[in-house]
Design a protein. Structure first.
Lengths: 251, 358, 228
């Protein structure tokens, strides 16, 4: 029974993949390869990427920048979210500032970041931080605000120590909020990191996309975009595994 | 009774929500409609003149005004066109419209859309587009040399002094970049390992060299003159033309950029293209002889500072030579880059069909 | 001894409890009966310290209090076993095992509240309350949702545990028969705003066992008071 379910699930995935390929093939016959690159040219580019140490290094750079940006963003976001959740004063002060981070377009941050950090990878990291921070902060704040007060009352009545209260009431209440926020931040983080790279560096996946644009190589643009999609799926998968494990942790 | 009242209230809320929804949808639709309309009329205008030309191709002085949309940077290749606009060089009924590109990417996009007719091309870009299957044609080479290596380091002497340093280069994957990398490799330096190359826009490189944030950089006119004015410690270390002659063992000049168009445009307007080529040559000569006037035009149309143009005119390398007549230099240029990094010119050395012939 | 004195409580404009006065002796089981919405849960919340009354005092409730809430308040992300064991610092495995057996949840130790029925959740709450050694035990409709046999079983268990641990028990119920079976005294609350209309002292357990029909009179009396 279970095997059937698994095969079914993968069958649908394969089907949708084939559908994309078919549409692509049709489009590539109707348009010039400068507008719709052929499947084979993109495939060749992908192979080239995965077989070249130089190009794999580019992927590594983007990954590193994303990780650093996410770590800083999550760190600051957590602290901010907790502060906002615990005190009304902090909430009133910090909320508008978080709003700024949400609404100021990444491109504007780029200009400032270039001045502050220079033409290295740091503006790209900075932009990832600006996009991650509000997502985490707001969701953690929401999580804290939504803690079931009745459970808190029960915990107080049964004289749970502060530690117990955190481990058994607060933390599990906030986890779903943090989890979904982190997943969202990761997804948009890839896009933002690459965009930051396109605007500020000549390396990393973004730098490669920029170069492909300059050299009129649309097949490379698509190939590198596919790389990012693959990286996203891998990271999302790994994330699912770790967080799933955490939930069933026995205290 | 209570339940009836509740139902009524619920309906009211629903009606309110529905009203707001309809309002929002109407607003969105009206925005889309208004946004779409002007574009449509522009398209119609652009199409009309071309049709006219096809019908009356021998009669240049038709009743309908023709508009040629030209994609140019705020750089030397644009200057002769300014003169042509002022004198209506192609006739009273031919209007030349300028669209500025600042990054090669913008230019590449302009060539691929259907709204631009002629372009100032860095030679690398026209080669890439040609090799990728676009029917572009190079009409002439209009800038030679024009690229310099600047530094504020008084001890800088030769290319290998750059070991361990960072240099700033504008126009990634264009001739200044290609040549800089070529000269570095020739001096035995590996980009990325021995020298760090940072790409930025021409203006950014100029600003950084002027402020001292960048100690070494490649730059083109007229930014070179401006940067020198802003920073007393800055000097021209190398003239790329001299370096080129040293490397190739010739006394030719480096071709840098030129004017071009698409074969489709040539087919539809053969007379016009011929006229353009001739008038452009005349305007180029005039510009070199009348730097003050061209400076004024540059300020008027491109927002460049007139005195700066006047001062940098002699170094701008503005000189007309038809593409056909520049074949040797172009071949040398393209082959040099091909040996070095074929991606910069689109994978191969273009054949002579790239050059416009009358 | 638990002393509840001059309690007044309103929710905004709405007065709920008025002039509540009663006492519960140590180790007494007192049942509180009253119409729905009359504030019985509010009363228990005030006694447990969760709510503060507008006026009045509660004394004798300073130490540990166990509470079986009307809305369970089990940790949704912990198992039956964990929900019970968390209330004490050290896990007394045998005691927990016995409690789970006594409330009839054997086999469900690793289940999470979402996987349990309403009645099973209630039983888990009861086990938790018993595990938490306390002087006072408050229960808000603890046997609601249980079928007759289970309810009988739970009431017997309550008496057994009470006999072993001797706690002061105050519990709220709708079921008069529950009170008649287990309680030493019954307090009847009026409609909103509630006050204690009547206190009925019940005969001892031996008497009740010997003369079960004797309770009928009390039952009638309670019914007539409530129906007004």
């Amino acid at each position: 029974m279970k095997n059937k379910e698994i095969t079914q699930k993968y069958a649908y995935k394969v089907l949708s993949f084939l559908l994309i390929l078919t549409v692509w093939k049709v489009l590539s016959t109707r348009f010039s390869p400068l507008v719709v690159p052929t499947i084979s040219s993109v495939f060749e580019s992908l192979l080239e990427i995965f077989m070249s140490e130089e190009l794999l290094k580019m992927i590594f750079l983007t990954v590193i920048r994303l990780l650093i940006g996410l770590t800083i963003g999550v760190g600051i976001g957590l602290v901010t979210g907790i502060l906002m959740g615990s005190s009304k004063i902090f909430k009133e002060i910090l909320f508008p500032i978080i709003g700024l981070f949400q609404t100021i377009p990444p491109v504007s941050w780029v200009v400032l970041a270039l001045v502050w950090f220079g033409f290295n990878g740091r503006p790209a990291i900075f932009i990832v931080v600006t996009s991650t921070l509000p997502i985490i902060a707001i969701n953690v704040y929401e999580g804290i605000s939504s803690i079931d007060q009745r459970l808190v009352e029960m915990a107080k009545l049964y004289k749970y120590s502060k530690e117990k209260r955190f481990i058994h009431v607060v933390f599990p209440s906030i986890m779903p909020y943090f989890n979904s926020a982190f997943r969202i931040a990761l997804g948009s983080g890839w896009k933002i990191a690459v965009m930051g790279e396109v605007l500020t560096t000549s390396d990393g996946v973004g730098g490669m996309i920029k170069l492909a644009r300059l050299n009129v190589e649309p097949e490379n643009i698509i190939a590198w975009s596919i790389v990012i999609v693959i990286l996203f799926y891998i990271s999302d998968f790994l994330l699912g595994k770790t967080f799933f494990r955490k939930e069933s942790d026995q205290c | 009774m209570l339940t009836v009242k509740l139902h009524q209230e619920r309906n009211d809320v629903l009606m309110k929500r529905l009203l707001y929804l309809i309002l929002t949808v109407c607003l969105c639709l009206s925005l889309v409609a208004c946004g779409g309309a002007p574009e449509k009329s522009e398209e119609k205008n652009a199409e009309l003149p071309k049709e006219e030309i096809v019908e009356e191709d021998t009669n240049k002085n038709s009743e309908e005004p023709i508009t040629i949309t030209v994609g140019v940077p705020t750089a030397p290749p644009a200057l002769p066109v300014l003169r042509m606009i002022e004198t209506k060089a192609l006739g009273d009924d031919v209007e030349i419209k300028l669209n500025i590109w600042n990054e090669p990417e913008t230019l590449i996009a302009m060539v691929q859309d259907s709204e631009h007719d002629m372009f100032a091309f860095p030679l690398t870009v026209v080669s890439k587009l040609y090799n990728k299957g676009m029917d572009v044609r190079l009409m002439n080479v209009n800038t030679w040399g024009v690229t310099y290596f600047m530094t504020s380091d008084p001890d800088f002497d030769s290319w290998d002094d750059l070991k361990g340093k960072t240099i700033y280069v504008p126009l990634q994957s264009s001739p200044p970049d290609a040549l800089t990398q070529y000269f570095l490799e020739e001096a035995g330096l590996e980009v990325g390992k021995d020298v760090e190359v940072v790409y930025a826009t021409t203006v950014e490189v100029a600003t950084m060299l002027a402020s001292g944030d960048a100690v070494y950089g490649t730059l083109i006119e007229p930014q070179v003159t401006k940067a020198l004015m802003d920073n007393q410690n800055l000097r021209v270390a190398f003239n790329f033309e001299d370096e080129w002659q040293r490397v190739t063992g010739t006394d030719t000049k480096i071709p840098n950029a030129g004017f071009g168009t698409t074969q489709a445009f040539i087919d539809e307007n053969p007379e016009l293209v011929l006229d353009f080529q001739d008038e452009y040559e005349k305007a180029t000569i005039w510009a070199n002889e009348n730097p003050e006037e061209i400076g004024i035009l540059a300020e008027k149309h491109l927002g460049l500072k007139a005195p700066l143009i006047v001062k940098s005119m002699p170094n701008m390398g503005l000189e007309f030579k038809s593409a056909i007549n520049s074949q040797d230099e172009l071949k040398m240029f393209y082959e040099l880059i091909y040996d070095f990094n074929p991606d910069m010119i689109g994978g191969k050395v273009a054949d002579t069909k790239l050059y416009y012939e009358k | 001894m638990l002393i509840v004195k001059d309690i007044y409580q309103s929710f905004g404009e709405l007065p709920v409890l008025e002039n509540i006065n009663f006492m519960v002796e140590d180790d007494e089981i007192v049942a509180v009966i009253g119409p729905s919405g009359c504030g019985k849960s509010t009363l228990l919340n005030i006694i447990s310290g969760i709510e503060k009354p507008d006026r009045g005092t509660v004394s004798g409730a300073e130490n540990e209090i166990a509470f079986v809430f009307q809305d369970d308040r089990l940790l949704p992300w912990r198992t039956v076993w964990q929900n019970i064991s968390i209330v004490n610092d050290k896990d007394d495995v045998d005691v927990i095992k016995k409690l789970i057996y006594d409330v009839g949840l054997e086999g469900f130790e690793q289940y999470k509240p979402a996987q349990l029925s309403g009645g099973m959740k209630k039983r888990c709450c009861i086990a938790r309350a018993f595990y938490y050694k306390s002087e006072i035990l408050l229960m808000d409709e603890p046997f609601q949702g249980l079928d007759y046999f289970l309810r009988q079983k739970m009431l017997k268990m309550l008496l057994k545990v009470w006999n072993a641990n001797k706690q002061t028990v105050l519990f709220v119920t709708h079921e008069i028969d529950e009170a008649l079976m287990v309680a030493n005294r019954i307090l009847i609350l009026s409609n909103r705003p509630s006050s204690v209309i009547k206190e009925i002292k019940l005969p001892s357990y031996e008497e009740r066992n010997q003369k079960p029909c004797g309770l009928n009179g009390i039952r009638r009396e309670i019914l007539s008071i409530i129906s007004k």
